[in-house]
Design a protein around this ligand. Structure first.
Ligand SMILES: C[S@@+](CC[C@H](N)C(=O)[O-])C[C@H]1O[C@@H](n2cnc3c(N)ncnc32)[C@H](O)[C@@H]1O
Length: 208
C-alpha cells in the first residue's frame, strides 16, 4: 500500500535572518546561523544524486528587520538545489532579496520550487492544511513506536541550535502536535532530519 503522500520538515530559526543581508563568504558568521537551516534543506531534500520529490521544507526565519518570513523548498518542483552550502546560501540570498513585503501574498515562488511568504509558524500551518503535526523533542517517545500509517502526510517541527522558544511551543501544543524523539542524545537539527527521513524510508522507500 502506498501510504505516504508527502513529508514536510519545518525548522524554526530563532535568529536566522529573513533578509539577504549576509555575506556568502561568511555565511555562518553573518546570517544569524541561517547555515544551520540550509544544512537541514540538504538533509531533507537531497539524497545521493537525487532530489526527494515527496519532501517539502519550511524555514521559519525570525531574525533581522524583515522577520518573520518563511522560505519553502518543494522537492516536487525544485531545480538547481545542490548539496553544497555555497549553492544553498546563494539560493537563499536570491530568494530573500525578493521585493517589497507588501507585494507578498501567501507563498510567492521566486526560484524554481523555492518560495517566500510573510509570517511565521501560522503561515506554515495554513500551507500544510491536513498534515499531521509532530514536534521533535529530546526525551519524547521514540519515532520508532509510531505506526507507519500515522506518519502518512506528516509535518515534523524542529528547533534550531537554540532549541524551542515558549511561543512556538505554545502554538504547537495548541494544534495538538505530538512530541516524538529520535534517541537519547541531543543532536544537531540536520541530523534529526536525516534520522526522521531514514525512519520514513525504512517504512516505505521514496518513489522513484
Ligand atoms: C541542537 S537541538 C537544540 C538544543 C538546544 N540547546 C536545546 O536545549 O533545546 C536542535 C533541535 O533538534 C531537535 N532534536 C535534537 N535532538 C533530538 C532528539 N534526540 N530527539 C528529538 N529531537 C531532537 C529538537 O527539535 C531541537 O530543538
Amino acid at each position: 500500500m502506498y501510504w505516504r503522500r508527502v513529508r514536510s520538515f519545518v525548522i524554526i530559526g530563532q535568529s536566522a535572518v529573513a533578509s539577504d543581508d549576509f555575506l556568502l563568504h561568511d555565511f555562518a558568521g553573518t546570517s544569524g546561523r541561517l547555515d544551520v537551516l540550509a544544512r537541514c534543506v540538504r538533509a531533507a531534500l537531497l539524497f545521493s544524486h537525487g532530489v526527494r520529490r515527496d519532501a517539502c521544507v519550511y524555514l521559519v526565519l525570525l531574525g533581522g528587520p524583515r522577520a518573520p518570513r518563511v522560505v519553502r523548498f518543494q522537492g516536487a518542483v525544485a531545480k538547481f538545489v545542490r548539496p553544497d552550502e555555497r549553492n544553498l546560501s546563494v539560493q537563499l540570498k536570491k530568494v530573500l532579496a525578493y521585493g517589497d513585503d507588501a507585494e507578498i501574498t501567501g507563498f510567492v515562488e521566486v526560484r524554481a520550487g523555492i518560495s517566500v511568504a510573510k509570517g511565521s509558524i501560522d503561515a506554515v500551518l495554513a500551507d500544510l492544511a491536513g498534515a499531521t503535526p509532530f514536534v521533535l523533542e529530546e526525551g519524547a517517545p521514540d519515532v520508532r513506536e509510531v505506526p507507519a500509517a500515522e506518519l502518512a502526510n506528516a509535518a515534523f517541527f524542529m528547533g534550531d541550535h537554540h532549541g524551542w522558544d515558549a511561543a512556538c511551543r505554545k502554538r504547537l501544543a495548541e494544534i495538538g502536535a505530538r512530541p516524538i524523539g529520535v534517541g537519547p542524545v541531543s543532536l544537531h537539527t540536520e541530523d534529526v532530519v536525516t534520522l526522521v527521513s531514514n525512519e520514513l524510508d525504512r517504512r516505505e522507500p521514496p518513489p522513484a
